[in-house]
Design a protein around this ligand. Sequence first.
Ligand SMILES: [Zn+2]
Length: 334
Amino acid sequence: MNRSAFLAPRGAAILLAAALGTTSVVLPGAPSYAAPPAQQKTQVPGYHRLMVGDMEVTALFDGRIEIDRALLKGAGQEDIQRLLARMFLDGSQGVQTAVNAYLVHTGSNLVLVDAGVANAFGPGLGFIPENLRAAGYDPADVDTVLLTHLHADHSMGLLASGGGMAFPNATVHAPEAEAGFWLDEAKAAGAPEAMQPFFKMARDSIAPYVQAGRFKTFAPGESLVPGVSAVPAHGHTPGHTGYLFGSGDDTLLVWGDIVHSHATQFARPEIAIEFDTDSAQAIATRKAIFADAAERKLLVGGAHLPFPGLGHVRAESEGYAWVPVEFGLTATGR
Ligand SMILES: [Zn+2]
């Protein structure tokens, strides 16, 4: 087919309209259309499901926050801007950052890793209960919540909108080192004023579970639920921890906040974020986990990776790259 064939009849109409100095010409015999329906402008439910061996993994979208690029450090602002631009991100108005949680049906337990932020950070977040229901479960079905750490965007979603437990039948587990930091009243009292709300939110988020005797801390190496083990990943916070589900080829690592800025930190793992408790340790942990995930070809779930935040880490000649999973027709991906 030659190029002129592509022009007719629409192309011809445009040329004719240009020649006549008007914006539209109705060609004789051109099909006429009824007015289209209104645009929907809604989004699909925020969940994405896949099977990992016998485990059913459902990524849940809590919403989005904007991260100020000035919070990224460890490289010059020009470098950071260049890395953002390479991913078609502007960055001048903040960088869109997802907040994800992961619901894993292990066969014996329904486990939620992290709980989102509820309404603590404004109206753009707090959609985990809604998306969990859309995914076919009820918050009351969750028997175990594992917290990667006690920052509000992972723990405030433990609270129902009227206070009380959003997951009324769940036991909440947090790493001992994490609880020892955020729940220690002396540490809270001695923290800079800007940090005070974070200590308070950590305490508030677990309060009803503590009261019900359903908040538990664990030491490294302690068993949690069958088929799940904790992976210490300290640095972002003192007890920050990932969770490894399954074994062998059927493994998922939910790594929490190893990455906040996919556009910059895969290429340059030494880029840190202002609110790391210990940047140097967070960077060392990120490098170690990237190397391990790439080497073992681990399926990863990340709390702040573009939703659904599931994929693999690929080693590049310098740095790493993120390879997201592809949407599948069924949960098995086929
Ligand atoms: Zn976070």
